[in-house]
Design a protein around this ligand. Structure first.
Ligand SMILES: Nc1ncnc2c1ncn2[C@@H]1O[C@H](COP(=O)(O)OP(=O)(O)OP(=O)(O)O)[C@@H](O)[C@H]1O
Ligand SMILES: [Mg+2]
Length: 316
């Protein structure tokens, strides 16, 4: 079965594409047939993270029906077992994708057959980003240990589940649910998922039932990137706890990825970080993340390249 993992986050530059690209390499090196799709439609750069210059095909070819099947836009990468749908040559208006185009693209992605499909999303909570995040129920948030990033992720989770309620309830009933929830609890807990669910079930029981069933399979996860020695290693768990407490949305912490000043250098030189700097804490963390992802999705694990997360760490 294919595991589709969107990688998103409300703030720009946290490392979504860096982690997405390197996680894909780590998964492919563990023998997993992996596809990465650049869904940052207006600012695609995922190819750079895996050391490719301008790829030939583009997602726009499918969106604008120059090719009929999404498979036709898949290109191989230098990493065996890793494939890419790039956005590097997207049309200039790619980010103005219509609702119908988005639906067609989402359906086509869901029909692809790989072990893992990683979706690299743009920053923010635009409808495009939120809708792509909801293609699957195993989305990953990338956060950095700064107060602004943490506030932003809280808002993103709220936008996500509000949009989910809206999709199941319909726009007009959604407005009713939110206003009744706020009337019933003016103390500020109306945004809590449990409170919205109670109102939803009271007013529209059939639709709410359907929604609750889909929530059962939902499992948001969080990765804390750019961790320096001075940062609290438990911050990720704390953030998940705050989101659970105030919004009622379960988020599982997947792990920390260490900051390394050479990431900039590897991006500038278009060389995959994990290949250029295999013996660093950052690479070890990414390998561990790939093991966690595989374990979470119920897959068997093997590293076919010889490297594993117990590699000796050689920092600068
Ligand atoms: N673990 C890390 N250590 C050091 N620097 C990092 C790390 N992760 C990311 N960076 C830095 O952050 C920059 C931005 O990373 P990236 O492009 O992956 O962010 P993004 O979240 O995808 O941004 P956008 O929101 O614009 O798509 C990288 O070029 C790199 O310089
Ligand atoms: Mg990016």
């Amino acid at each position: 079965m294919t595991c589709i993992m969107p990688i998103g986050g409300n703030k720009g530059g946290t490392g979504k594409s860096f982690i997405g690209g390197n996680l894909c390499i780590a998964l492919a090196k563990r023998g997993k047939r992996t596809l990465m799709i650049d869904l940052d439609l207006g600012a695609s750069n995922l190819h750079t993270m895996i050391g490719m210059s301008l790829p030939s095909g583009s997602l726009s070819d499918f969106i604008n029906r120059r090719v009929e099947k999404l498979e036709e836009t898949v290109i191989p990468t230098p990493v065996p077992g890793l494939f890419l749908i790039s956005g590097a040559r997207n049309d200039l208006d790619a980010s103005n994708i219509s609702y119908q185009q988005k639906q067609r693209l989402s359906r086509a992605i869901s029909r692809l057959s790989y072990d893992y499909i990683i979706l690299d999303l743009g920053a923010g909570t635009s409808f495009n980003t939120v809708d792509f995040f909801m293609i699957s129920n195993t989305g990953v948030f990338v956060v950095i240990p700064e107060p602004t990033a943490i506030e932003n992720i809280y808002r993103m989770v709220r936008s996500l589940f509000f949009r989910m309620v809206k999709q199941y309830a319909g726009a007009s009933d959604f407005r009713t649910i939110v206003s009744v929830a706020r009337e019933r609890d003016p103390g500020g807990h109306a945004d809590h998922l449990d409170n919205l669910l109670i109102v939803f079930s009271d007013l529209f029981p059939e639709k709410a039932n359907f929604f609750e069933k889909s929530l059962e399979n939902m499992s948001f996860t969080l990765v804390m990137n750019q961790m320096r020695d001075s940062d609290n290693p438990k911050l990720g768990n704390l953030i998940c706890g705050v989101i659970q407490k105030h919004l009622g949305v379960p988020v599982t912490f997947l792990g920390n990825i260490a900051y390394n000043s050479r990431v900039h250098d590897s991006v500038c030189n278009r060389v995959p970080f994990m290949d250029k700097y295999p013996y660093t804490q950052t690479t070890t963390d990414i390998r561990k993340l790939s093991e966690t992802v595989i374990a979470m999705s119920g897959g068997n694990d093997k590293d076919i390249t010889g490297g594993d997360s117990t590699d000796k760490i050689q920092e600068s």
